[in-house]
Ligand binder design. Structure first.
Ligand SMILES: Cc1cc2nc3c(=O)[nH]c(=O)nc-3n(C[C@H](O)[C@H](O)[C@H](O)COP(=O)(O)OP(=O)(O)OC[C@H]3O[C@@H](n4cnc5c(N)ncnc54)[C@H](O)[C@@H]3O)c2cc1C
Length: 449
């Protein structure tokens, strides 16, 4: 076990690069064990959400149960997934309660808990506890480099630039967390070969406020997410909170996602900006999707035709945006003798079909907390986190191939996922039994469920 993990948590200097969902979850947990946490985020404090949904897996709910000091509800509960056929005829595909929120409602909630940020979502942040470590969230601060100034130094130095003043700063840290997303600068430094891989399809996304939708459509999405599958296309829609996190009926939004396969040529065309014509890399933001591209999508929707509820939603979307689906798995997550750790999308980018991006961030955060508290060694941390990440990466590939690919590819990726899943569960269960007679840590508990 590294000396870092054996030390007391209190007063340990932690710098987190990236202040989105993963960085904030991790920062919150480490603050609550007494670490002094600074988050360096290149973007501004007031983040513009993509107005899309975040499904809260059990890991997220558990993390919030233990660390969220706000009481205001911010999720919409659904009972499962229904497939819509012609005439909105529903067929139950999956049952099980799931809480859904929006990226912005979760981001501002974590900010409120982490550094007491006041927003329209949460005007009254919770009070800090006397046992908490100190926190700071430095927005508009882009990290340029992380390293050990001298091989004998115990600490690391993080170099950053303020995007407004261009002032360059250096900060010392005992632990640096790379939560800087799929295009992570930290991963690029330590694992340059690991890069996004285009999955062969994109998702067209958008939202419509409930008050603009008819009663039959509202009824279709009231209690469950709805989906519709076609050959190499699939669509999913569900309710998320509205402006400033509102859960009032009528103010909530219906979130719509339509996955379509795109060749390199068609991708090149739809990723062109409607205003200046430049080609976006991973996302065409709202307001920038070419009119001709969206018109073609609507024409397709009417020609199929989509089930009436889906057709109504897609026709009423005012500002669609496009996200390119890509993925990767990094086979390594710890560097600099366990003082630089990757997490969230910086460590593994999972395709969105299982709605696990925030669950993955919660799992990684718990694992880092266990490591910092000395419950696990750096080797145990890395093994557990990489296994979990690989499991969900293969699951995302399987689901994506099932919906968007050929039957033979779906069978191959399904066999890969199910074989690994069985091995993962068995190994995690065995390890939990051997190391603690069945009493495993919070993270290994999840490895075995
Ligand atoms: C503004 C925004 C809106 C989003 N909206 C949605 C949504 O509506 N629905 C959804 O499912 N997912 C959304 N996502 C993605 C979602 O947050 C992630 O997929 C998931 O939660 C895991 O997040 P992450 O924190 O690992 O990565 P990300 O969310 O990608 O966060 C990485 C963060 O690191 C920052 N960063 C990157 N490089 C540097 C650097 N060198 N220095 C400092 N900071 C850096 C980025 O600005 C970003 O804030 C959104 C992400 C962002 C940033």
């Amino acid at each position: 076990m590294s000396s870092l993990a054996q030390d007391e948590c209190v007063g340990r200097r932690v710098i987190i690069v990236g202040g989105s969902i993963a960085g904030l979850m991790c920062g919150l947990l480490l603050k609550h064990v007494g670490c002094n946490v600074e988050i360096l985020e290149q973007d501004s404090d007031d983040r513009k959400s993509h107005m899309a949904g975040i499904a809260m897996g059990p890991n997220v709910m558990d993390l919030l149960r233990d660390h969220d000091r706000l009481k205001k509800p911010f999720t919409y509960g659904i009972d499962g997934l229904q497939s819509l056929g012609t005439g909105n005829k529903p067929r139950i595909v999956a049952t099980g309660k799931r809480e859904i929120t929006s990226w912005d409602a979760l981001y501002y909630r974590l900010r409120s808990n982490f550094d007491g940020w006041v927003s329209a979502y949460y005007p009254q942040p919770p009070k800090a506890d006397i046992m908490d470590g100190t926190t700071a969230y430095h927005s508009n601060t882009r990290v340029l480099d992380v390293g050990r100034p001298d091989a004998s130094d115990a600490h690391l130095t993080v170099t950053s630039v303020n995007r407004h003043t261009n002032a360059v700063s250096e900060r010392n840290a005992d632990l640096v967390i790379g939560a800087d997303g799929a295009d992570s600068m930290i991963r690029a430094k330590y694992q340059p070969a690991v890069q996004r891989r285009y999955a062969g399809y994109v998702v067209w996304r958008g939202t419509v406020q409930e008050e603009h939708l008819s009663d039959p459509t509202l009824k279709a999405v009231a209690h469950s997410a709805i989906n519709h599958t076609m050959d190499q296309h699939h669509i999913i829609a569900y309710v998320i909170p509205g402006k400033d996190g509102s859960l009032q009926a009528g103010e909530r939004l219906v979130n719509f996602c339509w996955y379509t396969n795109e060749t390199p040529e068609s991708l090149d065309d739809i990723l062109r900006d409607r205003i200046d014509g430049h080609r976006h890399r991973n996302t065409v933001p709202a307001g920038r999707v070419k009119e001709s591209a969206w018109e073609a999508r609507l024409k397709h929707a009417r020609a199929v035709p989509l089930p009436p509820a889906m057709l109504e939603i897609v026709e009423k979307i005012q500002e669609p945006f496009i996200q390119v689906i890509s993925d990767f798995f990094s086979p390594k997550g710890a560097f600099e003798n366990g003082q630089v750790l990757l997490m969230g999308d910086a460590l593994t980018l999972v395709r969105p079909h299982a709605g696990l991006s925030s669950a993955k961030s919660a799992f990684h955060s718990r694992a880092i907390e266990d490591f910092v508290r000395g419950k696990t060694s750096i080797q145990e941390w890395e093994t557990c986190v990489l296994r979990y990440s690989y499991l969900h990466w293969t699951q995302g590939v399987y689901w994506g191939t099932f919906y968007q690919g050929s039957m033979s590819m779906a069978i191959i990726s399904g066999a890969h996922y199910w074989t690994y899943s069985a091995w993962y569960r068995f190994t995690s269960w065995m390890e939990a039994m051997l190391t603690s007679g069945g009493k495993s840590s919070s993270v290994s508990d999840e490895c075995t469920t």
